[in-house]
Design a protein around this ligand. Sequence first.
Ligand code: SF4
Length: 363
Amino acid sequence: MKSAYIHIPFCKTICSYCDFCKVYANEKWINEYLSSLELEIKNKYKGEVLDTIYIGGGTPSCLNNNELKKLFSILNILKKSSDIEFTFECNIEDINIDKINILKNNNVNRISIGVQSFIKKNIEFLNRHHTKEEVFEKIELLKQNGFDNINIDLIYAIPFETLEDLEYDLDCFLELDIPHISTYSLIIEENTKLFIDKYEPISDELDYEMYKLINVKLSNYHHYEISNFAKIGYESKHNLTYWNNNLYYGFGLNAVGYDGINRYTNTKNLTKYLKNNWLQEKEEITFNQQIENAFILGFRKIDGINIEEFKNKYNLDLNNNQIVNKLIKQGRLVKEGNFIKIKEEYIYTSNNILIEFIEVNYE
Ligand code: SF4
């Protein structure tokens, strides 16, 4: 196992679109949570040297300085490779020089920030609490203090959002000149404030126009996964672990891990987690499911699936795979060098292609 995801589920406020696993931040729970997390890691970690660690949430940055120090002292159990990618998720309003120093002193070298939009009405609609000026100021502070590997998350397809609004958001991102952006089309999930308030998604046509606009505006970036763009060399190693169907630990509330045989999901129930009943379910991944996942995750990458690596890993030659060959004939997949990928014009509707790989016998 070369990667670990660590979930910190606490948030100070709840965003209107959020259906992630989170709870309101509260000092007593945070302390108990960190103790339980420590036990979970000690219990599961087998001592491998890790190439990537990702601390996500929730809002890990809402922990106060002492809580953060406690978190990192727990994570000292994990052995880190000398070129580790160590990501920490932040909200803009939490970033200050003290926290930056704590992150720096603990080997964090990548910051992922939930900006979502630079436009006041969007930020308010999403129930987030920063201003555009604050984003610029905090990112400058991070850069001045040695953090050059920064991602921002951007949400588009917000009800009432126009193409001009999106263009403004993308221009702000380009002006920031940071190396990574993840773009997400807003999904109005059940049990969110937006759903309860009966907001409707934007039209499919406008969503597609927005997707195309993003591709045009970010054409100087490497579009390496459906939703992700990076300057060359700044592609997220941690997320590539998932898309390459590799193994990873998941620690924390509702975290998911995959050890090559089983996929396990931790409980969503904080009370159970605090009593050290971490596990919710463990599912054995059959060979067929492994291959299904390898296709579904692998084709999220714009450069596609490496034929040789696929053969070495699963003993399956994609050159002789009937579905792959059928889709190549139909012009929906394309072979380029040692890679097979989805043709550019079908990426937006890639689910129609991925479905072809489900419930097939690969044995
Ligand atoms: S900060 Fe993230 S996890 Fe917390 S409520 Fe907002 S979207 Fe959800």
